[in-house]
Design a protein around this ligand. Sequence first.
Ligand code: NI
Length: 167
Amino acid sequence: MSRLHILRYPDARLHKIAAPVEEVNESIRTLVADMAETMYAAPGVGLAATQVDVHKRVIVIDASETRDKLLTLINPEILAASGVADCEEGCLSVPGIYEKIARAERITVRALGVDGRTFTVEAEGLRAVCIQHEMDHLKGRVFVEYLSRLKQTRIRAKLRKQQRQSA
Ligand code: NI
């Protein structure tokens, strides 16, 4: 396993649209293992392949306190959504920024697992929010894009400054 480099907003590659995985093979399983290692090391509660510059529909999530409930979703689709949650969200690609975003509170998702089999999962609260956040990445959408233009401009300026200082 190896840790992958996480793209930082604003980076145009974060806006690429991920393609469906055609076959869950060894290279996809290696990608999943590397993404999980990268997410746990960061540490973060979720990571989309888009964030490591791989434009395939793969996400990993672990919103548990014990950090031992890895959920891998390949080609995820939301089948049902209800309620409204507005959790404060953060993102490994947007370090140091936390903002409330309105999301569905409960979702049902269908996806393929690392074994290539289709399964459905019901999620609520933080786990549901996290899945929606990561699925947005696959569509090229970063959570700060739900905010006002003024806030987005401020966030971009702040992150560019951080990057200059660390360069
Ligand atoms: Ni994110």
